[in-house]
Design a binder for this molecule. Sequence first.
Ligand SMILES: NC(=O)c1ccc[n+]([C@@H]2O[C@H](COP(=O)([O-])OP(=O)(O)OC[C@H]3O[C@@H](n4cnc5c(N)ncnc54)[C@H](OP(=O)(O)O)[C@@H]3O)[C@@H](O)[C@H]2O)c1
Length: 220
Amino acid sequence: MQTKQTIAIIGATGNMGSSLARTLAKGNYRLLLKANQQEKLVEIVNQIKEETPGADVEAALCPKDASWEADIIIAAIPFRAEKEVAEKIRDYANQKIVISIANPLNETYDSLVTPPSTSAAEELQMLLPHAKVVKAFNTTFAADFFTPVINGKQVDAFLAGDDEEALGTVSELISTIGFNPIIAGNLSVSRTLENMQLLLIQLVKRYNYNWQAGWKILHN
Ligand SMILES: NC(=O)c1ccc[n+]([C@@H]2O[C@H](COP(=O)([O-])OP(=O)(O)OC[C@H]3O[C@@H](n4cnc5c(N)ncnc54)[C@H](OP(=O)(O)O)[C@@H]3O)[C@@H](O)[C@H]2O)c1
């Protein structure tokens, strides 16, 4: 039997963090959830236990505790918070997979704050040089985590990274929650993935664009 992996989700009370936690709870994972607002975090833990009886989930007191015990750390936080969080977990993230889900959008959601020569994922890798950063989930809207299959077809979820084994592990995690993992390339491809989501946000705002159908083009 496969060993149960421990996943720490930092920012677990947010739109993305809570959606990831609720869907991953259905897999064979132990989840350690961390956020600033402890009361809200306990509510999410209770909600998960109600939705998924037998879920292995608990609230962690600090990001260090959560990261220390984790095999995989998901940074479900805004890009602007990553430097502060990375400083807290740096010593505990060595050789671990850290998933960057951030889209480094500006305040008006019409541009990225990162220069074209880098990405949020690459910036996180620089902050955590001994971790294996993988870009994933940034092209999935929080509300869509519960509909990974549309008209009988799995929605695509892109990932990128430099470590083959880490890409395999994150691909499995993506499959566990029902999406179709597509490895898009090495970590620098995160620049494209983050720009893809910027484009989607623009299209949704302008045309109420059906993004799920858009990303299914590879399957047709
Ligand atoms: N929303 C989407 O559909 C979507 C899609 C793809 C990617 N993303 C990316 O996912 C990330 C999270 O987005 P979201 O929409 O889930 O945001 P959100 O709802 O605002 O949640 C942010 C989470 O991060 C925590 N947080 C904020 N600052 C923190 C800090 N300094 N230290 C520790 N925790 C901190 C918050 O905790 P407290 O509230 O307790 O402070 C909250 O749990 C962003 O990088 C975003 O670009 C979002």
